[in-house]
Design a binder for this molecule. Structure first.
Ligand SMILES: Nc1ncnc2c1ncn2[C@@H]1O[C@H](COP(=O)(O)OP(=O)(O)OP(=O)(O)O)[C@@H](O)[C@H]1O
Length: 311
């Protein structure tokens, strides 16, 4: 018996918009039952990759398959879509219809066995025109539409944007329940906290290219230990760059060092100074991100918490 193909398979995928690079040479696959986060700041290429996966854009080069079907083949894609839930980044339902009509429409096409249950978890004013919906309600309606046929694979472009924290939690719980049943979820995000919380594996994309692909656990382990130290003296940063230091910088009146597991060389060096303050902690996913994006100067933005704009 042959095993089922990976729900998402991308090989050498490249998409240019004329001269503008959308994504270049992406290769990865997502396994059954995984919650996979596709991570990157604005303009990195996440939506482009997702739109190719859904057959909405034709690749310039390379292959993309969902549920074992070639997304550039209309018939194959139609078959795959019966088992696919898709949540686009800007939810554009027909404004002049009610939420109930929207769900009726998708229900007729793909099925709606989980509709009632999902509406209890993500309630929306069903009888009202979608035009009058808040952005959060639109997003909740989109979640119900995405999952009510209980798809094997869900592909979502920034699914939690506009949701309040309680609804976000409900959404993460939904993904985890799906995982227990072996169903697969793939979503793009620029919110690090949610990726750390729910994803098994992440692909990090920058300037259209995949720059990291690993489990969240491995990425955090490889991130090292972050040491922040304040000294009475003001030595140059280079004075603290002992063996095992991956990165060192001066931030205000402190020194921030990323170390591998070896601490002795730093402790020896610190003997030469008066230590006023010392903090040692494991690297966070934010630290890992800053490592990849810290030198970006083109306005890329990453939210280090789901609500950083509100705090
Ligand atoms: N229709 C288009 N025509 C020309 N260039 C485009 C088009 N869509 C996207 N691009 C460009 O492709 C690159 C990748 O954009 P994309 O929207 O895929 O990024 P993203 O990671 O999804 O960003 P965001 O988080 O802002 O949605 C960007 O440089 C963008 O300007």
């Amino acid at each position: 018996m042959t095993s089922a193909p990976p729900p998402v398979e991308v090989d050498g995928l490249t998409k240019y918009y004329g001269d503008v690079r959308g994504v270049e040479d992406l290769t990865f696959s997502v396994e059954s039952g995984e919650i996979f986060g596709f991570l990157g700041p604005n303009g990195a290429g996440k939506s482009t990759a997702i739109r190719v996966l859904l057959g909405l854009l034709k690749p310039t080069d390379g292959q993309a398959r969902i549920l074992g079907r070639d997304v550039t083949d209309r018939n194959e894609l139609r078959n795959a879509k019966q088992q696919l839930g898709y949540l686009p980044s800007d939810v554009s339902f027909y404004d002049r219809v009610t939420g109930a009509t929207v769900l009726d429409y998708f229900g007729r096409i793909r099925g709606e066995q989980r509709r009632t249950e999902l509406l209890e978890r993500f309630p929306v004013p069903l009888d009202r025109n979608v035009k009058a919906y808040s952005s959060g309600n639109r997003q909740k309606l989109a979640i119900v539409a995405t999952f009510m046929h209980d798809p094997e694979l869900a592909i979502m472009d920034e699914p939690t944007s506009g949701l309040d924290p309680l609804v976000q939690n409900e959404f993460y719980a939904l993904l985890e329940e799906r995982q227990e049943r072996g169903q697969t979820s793939f979503f793009s995000s620029h919110v690090l906290s949610e990726v750390r919380r729910v994803c098994d594996r992440v692909g990090i994309i920058r300037d259209g290219q995949l720059i990291e692909l690993d489990t969240v656990t491995n990425i955090l382990e490889a991130g090292g230990t972050v040491v922040t130290v304040r000294l009475a003296e003001e030595p140059p940063v280079s004075a603290l760059e002992v063996p095992g230091t991956g990165h060192a910088e001066r931030i205000d009146d402190a020194y921030r060092l990323v170390l591998s597991r070896e601490f002795d060389p730093l402790i020896d060096r610190l003997h030469e100074y008066t230590v006023l303050d010392l903090e040692v902690r494991e690297a966070s996913i934010e630290d890992v991100f800053m490592h990849f994006y810290g030198d970006a100067d083109d306005g890329e933005s990453i939210e280090t918490s789901a609500h950083s704009s509100e705090s």
